[in-house]
Write a protein that binds this ligand. Structure first.
Ligand SMILES: [Ca+2]
Ligand SMILES: [Ca+2]
Length: 116
């Protein structure tokens, strides 16, 4: 049976954890808000042996990910790999603001099955 897959309720939650001296020296003035999502880039891809290269769903700063993605394709019953990579930590004058911070990414996978 085939289906359409959506990624829904995508939420990025930032946690300051604690604001230590190097963070303050880098300009962090928000003890209740973390900055790690402003510094990590992620890549979200869907991989399958049904097609050649992985399909890119999102690539960019974690803080800018959208709350919903349609995979935009009817997927036959098969094995798929969703891959989330945290792949870039750019050096900048402000990257130390995120030194002890924690960021959480959550999402739901919603499958609507379609009759063949
Ligand atoms: Ca902060
Ligand atoms: Ca911080």
């Amino acid at each position: 049976m085939s289906g359409e897959l959506d990624l829904t309720d995508i939420v990025v939650t930032e946690d300051e954890n604690c604001l230590i001296e190097p963070e303050a020296e880098a300009g962090d003035t928000t003890p209740d808000a973390g900055e790690l999502g402003e510094h990590i880039k992620i890549r979200l891809t869907l991989k399958s042996s049904l097609w050649g290269s992985p399909k890119l769903i999102y690539e960019g700063l974690l803080k800018d990910i959208q709350p919903h993605y349609d995979v935009d394709e009817m997927l036959p019953q098969h094995d798929y790999d969703f891959i989330i990579e945290g792949w870039w930590w750019p050096q900048s004058a402000t990257d130390s603001q995120a030194m002890t911070d924690v960021v959480k990414l959550s999402m739901k996978f919603q499958l609507q099955q379609l009759p063949d």
